[in-house]
Design a protein around this ligand. Sequence first.
Ligand SMILES: *Cc1c(COP(=O)(O)O)cnc(C)c1O
Length: 402
Amino acid sequence: MYTIKDDLTTTLQEIRDAGLWKDERQLTSPQQAHITTTKTSALNFCANNYLGLADHPDVLASASSALQEWGFGMASVRFICGTQELHTRLEAALSDWFGTEDTILYSSCFDANGGVFEVLFGEGDAIISDALNHASLIDGIRLSKAARYRYANADMADLRTQLEAARGARRTVIVTDGVFSMDGYLAPLEQICDLAEEFGAMVLVDDSHAVGFIGDGGGGTPEACGVADRVDLLTGTLGKALGGASGGYVSGPAEVVALLRQRSRPYLFSNAVAPVVAAGSLTAIEIARTSSEARATLRRNTALFRELMTEAGFDLLPGDHPITPVMFPGEDGAREAARIADTMLDHGVYVIPFSYPVVPRGQARIRVQLSAAHSEDDVRACVAAFVTARQQVTGQEPPKES
Ligand SMILES: *Cc1c(COP(=O)(O)O)cnc(C)c1O
């Protein structure tokens, strides 16, 4: 008799054999700088909790009081009976921050990206997408009937080639992550906007790894690149720096948002964001917007980490985003990165190694993510764990001080 169980056992074994198996460690604490798991306690350097808002007392307080005032769940999509004042206020807060006309909330940014393209771009249109864009952009673009073009990561010559190939389309949109998550590199938005202008294209930026902490006011990559008024459509998540619970959005022209409310499938056919999450996110946004203190701490932590790691002889990708890739190049890099990350956990520091196919072959790395929740001692402890683990795994000592 045919059974799917046997088939899948083979597939599962293939995943294990290829070294691609992902285990989940169970946290026994809230998400914060110091976490405990069922096996150990550790300093956490792999969360997207950039501003430390995931357990911020003010965020918790507004979420708890919303629970009492507004209840636990909506049990409805937005257009039936799932809209409370909290949802409209949250959308208005985001529009106000970004200087956009309107914003529409989704349950996640995955849903926002899944629901935006099919509605706005169809036959006769062209979507031009960076090769390293997030999976949710790729999936969302696939759902549209528009012609699809891909350009090499941040390669402006290739973007121009693709724009030329797409000439004659009714609507053309260039789609990019604001920050590429494996490198911490910002997209070259100024050049992208210049090309868009030249070719009469729109620009959509998914700013999930930037909103709240990149740019002086936390307005994200467009703000940092000085093109906030030239980007047509923004998508992003509330599940990273902005409290880290869940929720995503599309922000832009009023007509776009109005049409998405009428036609976007993940919005129409999926439950409204929970009131607790809407209220907590509102407070998280308020903190991110009005206090530059957390952003300053984050910048200091990132700079200190980069300085100490460079002194210790580690190979970092350049930049100043709190995503800091520590590189282990070459044939043996993947194994080395994995063993060093494991050894670091024994020393109380939790980091994650990435290798092919998540990053190109020969470019294995440990992706360290700094947070405003880390203290200076935490950052120093992380560097010390790197040095000790490298010594234990490879025998390499830090360079002698001159
Ligand atoms: C994390 C991320 C998402 C997904 O966000 P969720 O709200 O967790 O679904 C989408 N796009 C990018 C670029 C991301 O980094």
